[in-house]
Design a protein around this ligand. Structure first.
Ligand code: AMP
Ligand code: MG
Length: 347
């Protein structure tokens, strides 16, 4: 069973050195970032990166994001950075933005899954930055979860799933944002969002940069269809419980849909995940109510959502209905995760 270092209150320098040594020697470590927990390995060490794929059961064709702590490391992994990419870095790094750049082939082939591009991010979480700095190399780190499962946003949620598969856990408490980084690729002077996150389409447009959402953000990928990001093809974030998304609309429409579902399925054990403000509508209906946060505070919802998706599996439900959210700003990212968690079952 792997050890856990507790960095919630402060970073222990001795333990930080141990983490760096594990990474330098080709080990893999779970550590916090501001988005979700990651499983990190030396991005230049093929064998170490292979361990991540094995620990997660991750499809080999799904490339990893490389995490850096300074601009010298950027030079060591990517080349030919254009003005728009530079502008995005200046504004949003360190922070929850991954930029797909031209690779200069210094990271392990398994990191890029053989593509000529590499996804790079400079995180803002202090623990993550210190770990990368101390190991003095780019760190490949996908989300800390078994592939297909909801991403890990606190150690308690992922410890049993990963305990025999990694060398060490670093506990920094619950992550701030709770959903993964925005992934963006610049093509023909346009920033294409391949995966939405806290940094939104609107945030990028505000910089005067042309930006758009990739067409697969809310749509499933058809068989043999070409995608910009291999991850789009794979199953994601799904609880074991059957989940159905209630399309966002005015209160009455959403509540009517839930009511109708409950009435038509009286023999089923049902729960609803809803905005705090909507809980009152579902009382006395003989279903379990799980509040996801205030409709006025989508960042709180993004922080809670993966933990809730894991929690519903503990309730022995037949079905869990989940209220959808308005698709703007960070709502775009939350809805993107929910649609996939519900495997495109929408009411
Ligand atoms: P995760 O590591 O679980 O946060 O997922 C990383 C996401 O970034 C996946 O959807 C990958 O497909 C995507 N990604 C990473 N590198 C690239 C790349 N070079 N080109 C396109 N997408 C990428
Ligand atoms: Mg992931």
């Amino acid at each position: 069973m792997s050890r856990i270092y507790n960095f919630k209150e402060n970073i222990n320098e001795e333990e930080l050195k141990n983490i760096a040594n594990i990474l330098k020697e080709g080990g893999i470590v779970v550590f916090p970032t501001e988005t979700v927990y990651g499983i990190g390995a030396d991005a230049t060490n093929d064998k170490a990166v292979e361990k991540i794929f094995k620990a997660k059961g991750r499809p080999q064709d799904n490339p990893l994001i490389v995490h850096i702590s300074n601009y010298d490391m950027l030079k060591s992994v990517a080349k030919n950075i254009n003005n728009i990419e530079k502008k995005l870095m200046d504004k949003f790094w360190p922070g929850p933005l991954t930029i797909i750049l031209k690779s200069n082939n210094k990271v392990a082939d398994s990191v890029t899954a053989g593509l000529d591009t590499v996804g790079v991010r400079m995180p803002s979480n202090d623990i993550a930055l210190k770990i990368i700095e101390a190991s003095n190399r780019p760190i490949a780190a996908p989300s800390a979860n078994v592939s297909g499962r909801p991403s890990g946003t606190k150690i308690e949620d992922i410890y049993s799933e990963l305990k025999d598969r990694v060398d060490l856990f670093v506990d920094g408490g619950p992550t701030d944002i709770g959903i993964e980084s925005t992934v963006v690729k610049v093509e023909n002077n346009t920033a294409i969002i391949l995966r939405p996150g806290k940094i939104s389409l609107e945030d990028i447009q505000e910089l005067g940069i042309n930006a758009k959402l990739d067409k697969h953000i809310f749509a499933d990928v058809k068989k043999n269809e070409k995608v910009e990001s291999p991850g789009m093809k794979h199953r994601h974030y799904a609880p074991n419980t059957k989940t159905i998304l209630i399309e966002y609309a005015e209160d009455k429409i959403m509540v009517d849909k839930v009511d109708k579902y409950i009435n038509n399925n009286k023999n089923l054990n049902i729960a609803v995940v809803c905005f705090d403000e909507h809980a009152k509508y579902y009382q006395n209906k003989n279903i379990k109510i799980i509040k996801m946060g205030s409709i006025k505070d989508p960042l709180q919802i993004s922080k809670n959502i993966f933990s809730i998706l894991r929690y519903i599996d503990k309730l022995e439900l037949d079905v869990c209905l989940i209220e959808g959210i308005n698709k703007d700003h960070i709502g775009t990212a939350i809805e993107n995760r929910l649609i996939r968690a519900c495997e495109y079952n929408i009411l």
